[in-house]
Design a protein around this ligand. Structure first.
Ligand SMILES: O=c1ccn([C@H]2C[C@H](O)[C@@H](COP(=O)(O)OP(=O)(O)OP(=O)(O)O)O2)c(=O)[nH]1
Length: 365
């Protein structure tokens, strides 16, 4: 059964491409369409700009780039993007959305785990990562590596887009009903409010040493975003252990990879998103809002027990995180239909059934 409203599933995204609503300089990669999203690919050049900017109602991104570009970098054979710099890259994909269809973008989980700040921009935009219904035009990605310098090239996939018709977020009551039927967040006392279900932090750790997470090192070598298992964990990360304290002091300006205490489940007819920042839970933030795919944590898709990996930063002041503290919320939205492929089922998914897991670029041992 297909709903009129909701997030488009893989088949409908393929159809957008077939109908010319979604265009690209090159045919789509085989695994570019995900269960509820499309990965976006970098085009052949990057513009280093002085600072981030918003196009605003009156302007196209290209107009602003004429004024703000410091220099242009060729991405055909790969190039290094340095930490602390801001780059704008025209994407290979462009849109001609129907009047009733909008879209939203997000860094891929692998991008967030590398602390690469990315946002999608469109012409006349007044918000990042939001593409208004009926938008017709190019897509651009703002990229600013925060912790590690990275190598990217034409075709690298750092961000993803979801398409939606109407609004179909679940209310608190609907969320509680779904949780009772399907166990969304493995907790005896689910904390549901403001349309989201709470996730808390695990600081007891796992394994004999009580590994609780990782802190990014500084002045590292370069990470190639297109290479899996190519980098040694300890060259880039400092492991953090609980040592019986069940707490962690976040240093301002440091980047942490931590994990949720609860297992998370996204049933096949739903998509979820982790809300990026909730000032009510403290002066720190889960740094990158994350898309959670239909089938993530779903038992029949091999996902039982999947935790959420959290990218965390403290604001301004050092902050003590304690085991079990609420750190973010998952909001759930209806899919228009069940995706043909669920996360984890033959899609080469990297993070199904994950515990505390760094991005796919690192090898363990
Ligand atoms: O902050 C987040 C965001 C997502 N996820 C999980 C849920 C999601 O379904 C999965 C994969 O996310 P995404 O598709 O963004 O990752 P990817 O980098 O494209 O990995 P893959 O190659 O597995 O698709 O990672 C997290 O644990 N934390």
């Amino acid at each position: 059964m297909t709903r009129t409203t909701g997030i488009l599933a893989d088949r409908a995204i393929d159809a957008l491409f077939g109908e010319g609503r979604l265009k690209s300089e090159a045919p789509l990669d085989a695994d570019q369409v995900q269960p509820a999203s499309l990965d976006l690919r970098l085009g052949s050049k990057a513009m280093r700009v002085r600072a981030s900017f918003m196009p605003g109602r009156e302007h196209k991104v290209a107009d602003k780039l004429e004024r703000l570009t410091l220099h242009e970098i060729d991405l055909e054979d790969g190039a290094v993007l340095e930490t602390g710099c801001v780059y704008i890259v025209p994407l290979m994909e462009s849109l001609d959305l129907p009047q009733d269809m909008s879209a939203s973008a997000n860094p891929k989980s692998s991008t967030g785990r590398l602390d690469i700040f990315t946002r999608v921009m469109v012409d006349h935009a007044q918000e990042f990562d939001k593409i208004p219904a009926g938008y017709r035009g190019p897509l651009y990605l703002e990229i600013s590596p925060r912790t590690f310098p990275v190598i990217v090239r034409r075709g690298s996939r750092l961000s993803q887009i979801r398409f939606r018709v109407g609004h179909s977020l679940l209310s608190d009551t609907e969320l509680l009903d779904l949780h009772q039927a399907e166990t969304l967040v493995a907790s005896e006392m689910p904390n549901v409010s403001g349309g989201g279900i709470a996730l808390s932090i695990d600081l007891k750790g796992s394994g004999p040493d009580g590994l609780i997470g990782y802190r990014g090192k500084h002045h590292t070598s370069v990470i190639d975003v297109d290479r899996k298992a190519a980098h040694d964990v300890l060259d880039f990360w400092e492991p953090l252990y609980s040592r019986g304290r069940d707490e962690l002091i976040l240093d301002p300006d440091e980047f942490y990879i931590l994990v949720s205490r609860e297992a998370v489940h996204v049933p096949p007819l739903f998509a979820a998103e982790m809300t990026p920042y909730d000032p009510l839970v403290g002066e720190f933030r889960v740094h990158y809002a994350g898309f959670f795919d239909p089938g993530f944590g779903h038992a029949s898709a091999g996902g039982a027990g999947s935790r959420a990996v959290l990218e965390v930063r403290s604001h301004e002041v050092p902050f003590i995180l304690e085991h079990g503290q609420v750190i973010g919320r998952l909001v759930y939205e209806h899919m228009q239909e069940r995706p043909a492929g669920l996360y984890g089922t033959g899609l080469g998914s990297s993070y199904q059934a994950q515990g505390l897991k760094l991005s796919k670029h690192f090898r363990v041992g």
